[in-house]
Design a binder for this molecule. Structure first.
Ligand SMILES: *Cc1c(COP(=O)(O)O)cnc(C)c1O
Length: 395
């Protein structure tokens, strides 16, 4: 870990290895660097700009709000926050919402809510929160403990007690979950950072049945999968289940920072006044961005069109896999969240695409992650495939 010591005077701590590009402007599927060069952005700010960059509706809502009121403490009623919570509950399983500023904070709040609910209903803290291998739940101490990846935890011990890990998508592992040793499970229905790995339907069903039967809270982390990314408003809607608690962030504000915990009413009541809080969570600007984002997603078939684009892109990626079977081992994902398992280092592919002015990401050493905005077009997808083809051609 000591090689991280830097001798230059970069004023920013070295927590990111950055691409050699400086982005200063964005619109729709494109961003521009400081020289005015244009890039097709199929990262969407890591599943955040699901409506593309600077979408008109959210831009207008923010302009309107910026002239009225920027911030107001959560000790007062905030109309936009109520409107956003109403939109979220009307379009999901949930009855109530808590707002915060990021994904990690949302998971942190979900973990607190699960523990407090268990304390109140069972009069003690029975059992662990179970999470799964390759998961990613955030960088705070509790959420990096929930994240079952050594590289994320390295150097941060002692971790938070009360977490246990099981192998993702493993039927046999489910036997280890009982009412006595587990108070909640937390999972991504498509693991994002961990390699774009969708949860098997049968496995989710079995896990859900156990949780129902044993009175264990079923919590889904939809920070990356939510807000239309997988072809439905929320990924759980693909699986015919209803979680008890769900966390959101990334796509909720189209780039304005906001996170949320959604829960069923009998659970959310465990958060009484003073139990949890946030200075900025759901402030007027963040809530205005959230309201405009959800309203836009729900109208003009944005999510359906995103799903259609996903099908189209998947067909093209599969064709590319047939053309380069030694280089592309698998095409996986849901909606517009794709992983390409590659023979080469994923970062090499990403850099070759960057040179051709197309932005994509990695999700582990051999998975290229592709996250177009839902609003991308067939022409943009065709262009993207042409570029990706030339990348694999050049190897
Ligand atoms: C990004 C992400 C987080 C963490 O969100 P931050 O806003 O970076 O704290 C947690 N869970 C999942 C699934 C994510 O993709």
């Amino acid at each position: 870990m000591s090689e991280a010591v830097t001798t230059s005077f970069d004023p920013i701590m070295a927590t990111y290895s950055r691409f050699p590009v400086t982005i200063i402007k964005g619109k729709g599927s494109y961003v521009w660097d400081e020289d005015g060069d244009r890039y097709l952005d199929y990262t969407s700010g890591i599943a955040t700009c699901n409506l593309g960059h600077v979408p008109d509706t959210v831009q207008a809502a923010l302009h309107e709000q910026i002239d009225e009121l920027w911030h107001c403490s959560n000790l007062f009623h905030i109309p936009k926050q109520i409107e956003l919570a109403t939109l979220l509950t009307q379009n999901s399983f949930a009855d109530q919402v808590f707002f915060c500023n990021s994904g990690a904070e949302a998971n942190e709040a979900a973990i607190k809510l699960a523990r407090r609910f268990t304390h109140m209903t069972k009069n003690k803290n029975t059992g662990d929160i179970v999470t799964f291998t390759q998961s990613f739940h955030g960088r705070t101490l509790a959420t990096l403990t929930a994240t079952a990846q050594e590289k994320i935890q390295e150097g941060f011990a002692p971790l938070v007690p009360g977490f246990r890990y099981l192998p993702f998508n493993s039927m046999e592992a489910l036997d280890a979950i009982t009412a006595e040793n587990t108070n909640a499970v937390l999972l991504e229905l498509v693991q994002g950072e961990g390699g774009v790995i969708p949860a098997d339907e049968k496995w989710v069903e079995a896990l859900y049945q156990i949780c129902q039967a044993e009175g264990i809270l079923f919590m889904v982390d939809e920070i990356q999968t939510g807000l239309g990314r997988t072809g439905m408003l929320f990924a759980y809607q693909h699986y015919g289940i209803e979680p008890d608690i769900m966390t959101l962030a990334k796509g909720l504000g189209s780039g304005f920072p906001i996170g949320a915990v959604l829960a069923k009413g009998h659970i959310s009541q465990a958060f009484s006044p003073g139990a949890h809080g946030s200075t900025f969570g759901g402030n007027p600007l963040a809530s205005a961005a959230g309201v405009a984002t959800i309203k836009t997603l729900l109208k003009s078939r944005v999510i359906e069109k995103g799903a259609e684009n996903g099908h189209y892109l998947k067909t093209k990626l599969k064709a590319l896999q047939q053309k380069y079977p030694d280089d592309i081992h698998e095409v996986r994902g849901k909606g517009l969240l794709f992983g390409l398992v590659t023979e080469q280092k994923a970062s090499d592919i990403v850099y070759l695409a960057l040179k051709r002015h197309v932005l994509i990401l990695t999700a582990g050493p051999h998975v290229v992650r592709i996250l177009p905005p839902l609003t991308t077009t067939k022409e943009e997808i065709d262009h993207f495939i042409t570029i990706l083809d030339s990348v694999f051609e050049s190897l």
